[in-house]
Design a protein around this ligand. Sequence first.
Ligand SMILES: C[S@@+](CC[C@H](N)C(=O)[O-])C[C@H]1O[C@@H](n2cnc3c(N)ncnc32)[C@H](O)[C@@H]1O
Length: 269
Amino acid sequence: MDELRYRKDLFEGTAEYYDRFRPPYPDELIDDLRARVPLDATSRVLDLACGTGQIAFALAADVAEVLAVDQEAEMIELVAHKARRLGVANVHAIAATAEAVPLDGCFDLVSIGNAFHRLDRDAVAGRLAAHISDGGCVALLWSGPPWLGEPPWHRVLDETLTQWRDALGARDRVPEGWEEAIDRDPHEQVLRRAGFTYEGMFEFSAVERWTVESLVGFTYSTSFLNRAVLGRQAAAFEEELRGQLLACRPDGVFEQELSFMFELARRVA
Ligand SMILES: C[S@@+](CC[C@H](N)C(=O)[O-])C[C@H]1O[C@@H](n2cnc3c(N)ncnc32)[C@H](O)[C@@H]1O
């Protein structure tokens, strides 16, 4: 498939919001991942498109080293700062693209959280095949967004974000037809093409109790309607969203069963 191209600065200004407002991957998911991949105190993990390091920090205590790579310098600065603040010496943050980051030696796990669709998938999967130890894995982690669900506030959130994104001319931050393109050539197929054995998709859920503040914060962590997109319209956006959400739920509590999953593919010699 022709890979969809995303701009390289889509997450500018999002790092603090990302770190604070993105719900973490649940412990059950991280435990299950650890149980399926041969990780021990000698292991090396590569966390590609690491963002603020949700996966990197969750795995760091179990392994020798985590290389956390992201193309946006702001994300990498936050990861490096967090590692210093928490005294985590084995997370090394590198500003580079997943397609071009220099890779030395082999990794036991390559994790890619909420990002594989943004990458040149064939190029990345192809180069990883040469840098994963025998029996080692690629894990694609995913989490559902707050606008998916039955209760009316999900639809109100979705419609409000879509209207603001369109009004601000930010539609092109998500390439047209990306979901159809992935349906035509699923991640599983890309990983198999690169020589990996696909082991399946493992699903989890966790209850999130959102507030207006955390839903606004989540929005500011996205690539399509963050502070850089909203500019001076941010206050007006927040006021409208708050009004719309509280009209649905005057108590200001927006509970959701959030879905999380990971797809696992193994290198078998
Ligand atoms: C939605 S965030 C995911 C962050 C984190 N992995 C997680 O699971 O929450 C997507 C991240 O992918 C990064 N990214 C997108 N394309 C990239 C590429 N080609 N190379 C490296 N990083 C990339 C963005 O800068 C952003 O930090």
